[in-house]
Design a protein around this ligand. Structure first.
Ligand SMILES: Nc1ncnc2c1ncn2[C@@H]1O[C@H](COP(=O)(O)OP(=O)(O)O)[C@@H](O)[C@H]1O
Ligand SMILES: [Mg+2]
Length: 476
């Protein structure tokens, strides 16, 4: 076995001095987990190879024209012909606008950023309206970094920490260095690493039998997965098994990172202080929200442009989806107009259920409550109301997903209800009705359960009716 002694940390320091330009190394993407359960039955737009909608596919029912139009939008986005333009999904509540937007995100795959926000989100008391929009704009623009880096890669054969007495005379011992053994199909090496890297190894819970790589320049450690050798042990079902790397342990490797402009803003806004006590306490005292200044964003843009010119980075315009866009006011719309013109612009998808209505913050009436100069930039996709048989199919799909059984009469009853109120409300009733059914000792929901639900819960329309009837009893 080669007994190489490499002090990566020292190398690391030298490197750091050379290049202290921009933080990309340890940037993790800040994409929030998106789990929108009321749309979990949708897996995509359900189009065939010619882009035509298959009547019932991927959980989608009907709404064929809108789905086909959305398919074309996906193609435009993929071929990068959409940047700086927008799409408006317009239609009555519950006609599947949000569903179509999420299906577009499915079709684009995980490597194209998709950022979802609701119009009313801009009215937070802490941050300026346009700041909220700006942040979401930058979350929707991806940067793909591709670099060839020197790495050590292999299956871990040993991790031995070497301890010394604590220099400061406290209890316990200090890790002075750690020896990590790595092997590939035909090579093996032993590395001697600094304590900083050991911390990293512990944080990622790396153990013998994992496949990892360590970057020489930065000392960054990444766990790739569990070695295939251990596949039959199967203690950890969720673990990803990977083949043992071939070739040498020490090699050049192409590393691809998908980040967004917002990730880069954040990483460069945070003070890069060390891990001493003072800065840790400082971190605790500081408000969670890091301010990102306009100046910093301009700097980040410049650097990204530089990396693009060098061929290291590539821009991936993603999608910013603003649901309930009529909640935005005239100031926000002006911002949107301007931002769409800028050099880094995502594709913007808007959704609204408004007809001709007032643009917030003005007295002007405009279609969809959106100013005309913005409307001018948008392709508009209409979603149409569903027929009774479409409703019944959607309700059945949802019932299936939630593991709820309906008998024939109760299905018909619920579909009628959906037509009278909205599809969304009808879907909402499934679970409470199921609870009532199981309280009564049944595993199938019958009409009575929905009727009981109707006594307990009001839909928007009947609630509004009640309010107007009993106006004098409520506060204004
Ligand atoms: N064509 C469809 N096929 C399957 N499910 C649908 C369809 N349209 C809407 N839904 C479901 O109906 C519910 C309401 O739709 P949603 O997209 O929220 O409506 P909107 O955003 O237009 O108000 C959601 O649970 C959605 O997943
Ligand atoms: Mg919606």
């Amino acid at each position: 076995m080669n007994n190489l002694e490499i002090d990566i940390e020292k190398e690391n320091e030298k490197e750091n001095e050379k290049e202290k330009e921009m933080k990309i190394e340890e940037v993790h993407t800040t994409k929030p987990d998106q789990r929108i359960s009321s749309h979990s039955h949708l897996k995509g737009l359900g189009l065939d190879n010619n882009g035509e909608a298959i009547l019932t596919e991927s959980g989608f029912v009907g709404q064929t024209k809108a789905r086909e139009a959305a398919g074309i939008v996906v193609e435009l986005i993929k071929s990068k012909k959409m940047a700086g333009r927008g799409v408006l999904l317009a239609g009555a509540p519950g006609t599947g606008k949000t569903a179509i937007a999420l299906a577009i995100s499915h079709e684009l795959g995980p490597k194209v950023p998709f950022c979802l926000m609701v119009g009313s989100e801009v009215y937070s008391s802490e941050v300026k309206k346009t700041e909220v929009l700006m942040e979401n704009f930058r979350r929707s623009i991806g940067v793909r970094f591709k670099e060839v880096r020197e790495v050590y890669e292999g299956e871990v054969t040993e991790i031995t920490a070497e301890e010394t007495e604590n220099l400061y005379g406290g209890y316990g011992k200090q890790i002075s260095q750690v020896v990590v053994g790595l092997q590939t199909a035909r090579d093996s090496k032993q590395l001697r690493l600094g304590p900083g890297i050991f911390e990293n190894i512990q944080k990622q819970k790396i153990s013998v039998g994992d496949v990892i790589h360590i970057e020489v320049a930065t000392g960054a450690v990444k766990r790739i997965g569990r070695s295939e050798k251990f596949i039959q042990d199967g203690q950890l079902e969720y673990d990803e098994f990977v083949p043992i790397p071939k070739g040498e342990v020490h090699k050049k490797k192409e590393i691809v990172q998908h980040l967004t402009l917002h990730d880069l803003d954040l990483a460069n806004a945070r003070p890069s202080g060390g891990k001493d006590i003072v800065s840790i306490v400082g971190d605790l005292l500081k408000p969670k929200k890091t301010e990102i200044s306009e100046k910093l964003r301009i700097e980040v843009n410049k650097l990204v442009n530089k990396y693009i010119d060098q061929g290291v980075a590539e821009l991936v315009p993603g999608v910013l989806f603003i649901d309930e866009v009529h909640m935005l006011d005239v100031e926000c719309f002006a911002f949107l107009n301007r931002a769409l013109e800028s050099e880094f612009s995502p594709i913007v998808i808007l959704a609204t259920n408004r007809g001709v209505s007032k643009v917030r913050g003005t007295d002007a009436l405009s279609p969809h409550g959106i100013p005309l100069d913005l409307l001018d930039r948008l392709l508009i996709i209409r979603t149409l109301s569903y027929t009774l048989s479409e409703i019944s199919r959607i309700v059945l799909i949802r019932a299936n997903v939630e593991g709820i059984k309906l008998d024939k009469e109760s299905l018909a009853f619920l579909c009628k209800k959906a037509q009278a109120t909205s599809l969304r409300f009808a879907i909402l009733l499934l679970t409470p009705a199921n609870i009532i059914a199981s309280i009564n000792g049944r595993d199938t929901v019958i009409v009575q359960d929905f009727q009981e639900c109707g006594v307990l819960f009001y839909d928007a329309k009947s609630s509004a009716k009640l309010l107007s009837e009993q106006k004098d009893k409520f506060l204004d």
